[in-house]
Write a protein that binds this ligand. Sequence first.
Ligand SMILES: NC(=O)c1ccc[n+]([C@@H]2O[C@H](COP(=O)([O-])OP(=O)(O)OC[C@H]3O[C@@H](n4cnc5c(N)ncnc54)[C@H](OP(=O)(O)O)[C@@H]3O)[C@@H](O)[C@H]2O)c1
Length: 207
Amino acid sequence: MSRSEGVMALPRVVVHVAVSLDGSTTGFPPNVGEFYRLAGQWEEDATLVGSRTILDSPVGTSADPPDAAGAWSASNRSERPLLAIVDSGGRVKCWGALAGAGVWKAAVSLGSRRTSVQHHEFLRRQGVESLVVGDNRVELRAALERLRRDFDVRVLRVDSGGELSGALLREGLVSEVSLLSIRSSWGRGDGTGSGRSMADTGTRSSP
Ligand SMILES: NC(=O)c1ccc[n+]([C@@H]2O[C@H](COP(=O)([O-])OP(=O)(O)OC[C@H]3O[C@@H](n4cnc5c(N)ncnc54)[C@H](OP(=O)(O)O)[C@@H]3O)[C@@H](O)[C@H]2O)c1
């Protein structure tokens, strides 16, 4: 276990997010090529994604290949990052499709005591590790500590909308924020409680 003066080590957390002129993270056409070209510079050990971001993505509702665990074995290449999804509700089911994307070497689902036993069993069959960190929702600091300790994640890039990124910011867990400004677009006009903007979250640095 990596400790410094009694404090458990955390990964360096980078929030890289595209924002429209009104500070929204959704509701505008993404510039996917530019977004991931810039994202590549961090060479992350893990990508942290929120469940809603996965469910809203093209693979979110896709049917899994019959052998999802096999798909993860085939995808397991050391140079690839780990995929970590915050999902205490156990809503993400498309693990085989995520393995098939060929982007990540392995996956871990971050849940809480609220996550059902059935979902943990489902994850096991899918070849996905599951961590229980928190009673109701995922305790984000504890989850980051576990990713560092158990998976040696030193650099973690957050690929999510305003809700998860905002929660990490509020808890002072973010080391760096990268904003890709989509200057030609106006978002969904959020920042008013829809949970999809990072507005009002502040930008404290991690300890
Ligand atoms: N503009 C960009 O660069 C960008 C990048 C990625 C995605 N997006 C878009 O963003 C949208 C989704 O963003 P979103 O903000 O609605 O959802 P999200 O980023 O997927 O965040 C929701 C997830 O965060 C967890 N969460 C939120 N607050 C938490 C807290 N305080 N403690 C613990 N866990 C917490 C939730 O956990 P529970 O499961 O426990 O509720 C849920 O899994 C999608 O439409 C996607 O296309 C935009």
